[in-house]
Design a protein around this ligand. Structure first.
Ligand SMILES: [Zn+2]
Length: 247
């Protein structure tokens, strides 16, 4: 019997992603609060202190361990999203350090996407470490492999995509925020590691997916023309699609 190491790695990544779910659920509950409120540590239903420190885990059932009421995302959804994302990255990216950098970005990305859907914000406490960790891990890879040019493209791509979103945020502050600008740093770095065209493709895929989603919501009458659709999840999804296609 032969064992396909690639398939084993994909499976390990999927299991690790699912296992991270309860930890990420705690982060989502912690950060999914309106900007005028302080980070949440209590159950929004019964007030029980669930997160005395931020590294607690919350059950995958999506229910409060004390009052059993639904809190946070739908059962299994965070686990499925993280497992699928890490498995896709393991399938397409074999170099260890770039894979670690993308996993770092992906784990923060899952939390950010859920937080953005709930409260329409992308906290600095998540976007900045996401970009920082990705930059460090890719930089380490570039230094060890002697690829300074590739790292330069990734850095320029992160800054370039952030500048692009900054222009959008200045032109249309209702549609795009500074959270999107800071998220673009991480997204541009990750996509730019695979070259400029991948960054362009990532951004275009993000807008395309957001547009399709908006059309579906409008057609089904779920939203009106004035409703705001968070762009963060689509920016992240667009980058994942572009990286999976191009890596
Ligand atoms: Zn509770």
């Amino acid at each position: 019997m032969t064992i396909d190491t690639g398939a084993v790695l994909i499976l390990v990544a999927a299991v690790a992603g699912a296992a991270l779910g309860p930890l990420l659920r705690a982060q989502i509950l912690h950060f999914a609060v309106p900007s005028e409120e302080s980070w949440r540590r209590d159950c929004p239903r019964c007030g029980a202190t669930l997160l005395p420190n931020t590294w607690r885990a919350l059950p995958s059932t999506g229910r409060c361990p004390r009052c059993r009421q639904r809190i946070g995302p739908v059962p299994g959804l965070v686990e499925a999203a993280t497992a699928a994302t890490l498995a896709l990255l393991a399938w397409r990216v074999s170099a260890p350090l770039p894979f670690a950098a993308l996993c770092w970005a992906a784990v923060f990305g899952v939390v950010l996407a859920f937080v953005d859907v709930v409260v329409h914000r992308l906290p600095d406490r998540l976007t900045l470490p996401a970009a920082g960790g990705t930059a460090v891990l890719l930089g380490l890879s570039a230094a060890l492999e002697g690829e300074p040019g590739r790292y330069g493209v990734a850095l320029a791509s992160g800054l370039g995509l952030a500048a692009f979103y900054l222009v959008l945020a200045l032109i249309a502050p209702a549609g795009m925020g500074l959270g999107d600008v800071k998220l673009a740093l991480c997204v541009g770095l990750a996509a730019g590691w695979f070259g400029w065209p991948v960054t362009v493709m990532a951004a275009m895929a993000g807008f395309l997916l957001a547009g399709l989603y908006a059309v579906v919501l409008l057609v089904t009458g779920k939203v009106g023309r004035k409703d705001h659709i968070p762009h963060g999840p689509f920016m992240l999804l667009g980058a994942l699609v572009a990286i999976v296609l191009a890596a």
